[in-house]
Design a protein around this ligand. Structure first.
Ligand code: GLV
Ligand code: GLV
Length: 345
């Protein structure tokens, strides 16, 4: 019998065409813009060998039970897998395909953009122009001044900090080198081994004075910009909290382009209001997309909030969709998947 695959979102035609093959029985949610209805998914996944999901679809016991023992592949069109119960998949011998690499540059781009926007008051100043208020704010010597991200005549050193130091963090690092950054600090999973050789190589490659793994407190104290680029999940819940924010430089900016759960929104809003740090740029918010106009971060003029568009370039999304499709097809046909997450039980 042909393996059944369920696609939880309509993708561009050129991607859907990949499923046009006689050896698959394909069931696809018809809309690209409207999220797949949960009940539709639970009903249609029965007896499926593989499923292609978005980061908005929870992959949990409910879904796996609805699929039954035939399920052997989950393919997510995302690099993140906070929505996937990875342990459960490992226990049930279900493989997970995901889409790293292809989105690294797009997310690094937007991370730098948010750092600049947060530092240079882009939110409040564009509002002024859009409201027709520019005439009331003629050019003034120190009007709208924010901290400078690049090295300058006052600051000959700049330190970038990363919470999580994977592919996207290192692509962001690379983009900051021409800004004159001199130091890089990062915090990463305490259970992973320190890698001073790799760190020295990265420092050497980019002409940085140091690349060093540090504790969160030192990261907060020393960084001029902090990028949150960790996977998320319960272990890292609110890793950026009051204690972290209190230690940041008053001129520093925080950027979160990873997962909303990593940052305590209430604490960040308070920190911005009270000037513990200069500004923040977030592409993800805990509880998204239920983030209303009265959300503390949306109300905070020093916070730029984007609706999770870090990877949203046409090129990157096509690459992610194509990778997700190829992962699914290879997985259900029992061929090596182009990009499989290596899971440890
Ligand atoms: C986006 O957030 C992703 O995980 O791909
Ligand atoms: C700014 O517009 C300048 O001319 O310095």
């Amino acid at each position: 019998v042909r393996p059944k695959v369920v696609i939880a979102r309509h993708l561009r035609e050129e991607v859907m065409r990949l499923f046009d093959r006689p050896d698959l029985d394909v069931v696809a949610w018809p809309s690209e813009t409207e999220a797949c209805d949960r009940n539709w998914l639970l009903n249609n996944i029965a007896g499926a060998t593989g499923v292609l999901v978005m980061l908005t679809d929870k992959v949990n016991a409910e879904l796996l039970d609805a699929a039954g023992p035939t399920l052997c592949v989950v393919s997510t069109m995302s690099v993140g897998y906070e929505h996937v119960d990875v342990q459960l998949l490992a226990r049930r011998n279900v493989k997970l395909g995901y889409t790293p690499d292809v989105l690294t540059d797009a997310v690094a781009d937007i991370s730098v953009m948010l750092a600049l926007m947060a530092g240079r008051n882009v939110r409040s100043t564009t509002n002024i122009v859009q409201n027709g208020d520019w005439p009331n704010y003629p050019w003034s010597p120190f009007g709208f001044c924010g901290p400078q991200l690049s090295t300058n005549w006052i600051h000959s050193t700049r330190t970038m900090g990363f919470i999580g130091f994977g592919r996207i963090a290192q692509a962001t690092l690379k983009r900051l080198v021409p800004f004159g950054f001199t130091h890089c600090l990062y915090a990463s999973n305490p259970s992973s081994l320190p890698n001073p050789t790799r760190d020295a190589e990265v420092a050497q490659k980019y002409g940085l004075r140091e690349v060093r793994r540090v504790a969160l407190d030192e990261l907060a104290r020393e960084s001029d910009v902090v990028f949150v680029l960790a996977p998320g999940g319960p272990e890292l819940y609110h890793i950026v909290n009051e204690q972290f924010l209190k230690q940041m430089k008053k001129t520093a900016v925080l950027v979160n382009t990873a997962r909303g759960t990593l940052v305590d929104s209430e604490a960040l809003a308070k920190a911005l209001r009270e000037g513990w740090l200069w500004g923040a740029g977030v592409d993800v918010v805990e509880g998204e997309p239920k983030v209303a106009a009265d959300h503390p971060l949306v109300k905070e003029p020093r916070c730029v909030v984007l609706p999770h568009i870090g990877s949203a370039t046409t090129e990157t999304r096509l690459g992610m969709a194509t990778t997700a499709a190829k992962n699914l097809i290879a997985g259900v046909l029992n061929e090596p998947m182009p990009v499989e997450l290596k899971m440890t039980q």
